[in-house]
Design a protein around this ligand. Structure first.
Ligand SMILES: [Zn+2]
Length: 88
């Protein structure tokens, strides 16, 4: 399903937009929307371009946060996308 979305993003059928949100994860994720600017239940990581399911009611931002911390951190550090105040 994410493969189809990649195709649709490449063809312009879907696009990504900046999301205004309280959570800091939105600095690192864009919302995937259709031609009518409606969310399609997915977000894309700006760092590694991974598409992830997102629903504000069910999944929330915790899975996105986890991705940034566990899966994406090396990439984020290299790209200096996430500005972490603390360095471990
Ligand atoms: Zn990522």
């Amino acid at each position: 399903m994410a493969d189809n979305m990649k195709k649709d993003l490449a063809s312009g059928k879907l696009k990504t937009v900046e999301k205004e949100g309280k959570s800091a994860v939105w600095k690192s994720f864009d919302l995937v929307v259709n031609a009518e600017d409606d969310g399609v239940g997915f977000v894309q990581c700006k760092v590694c371009k991974l598409l992830m399911e997102y629903d504000s009611k069910t999944t929330g931002t915790s899975s996105l946060q986890r991705h940034l911390e566990k899966s994406c951190k090396p990439l984020a550090a290299a790209g200096d996308v996430l500005r972490q105040p603390k360095i471990n």
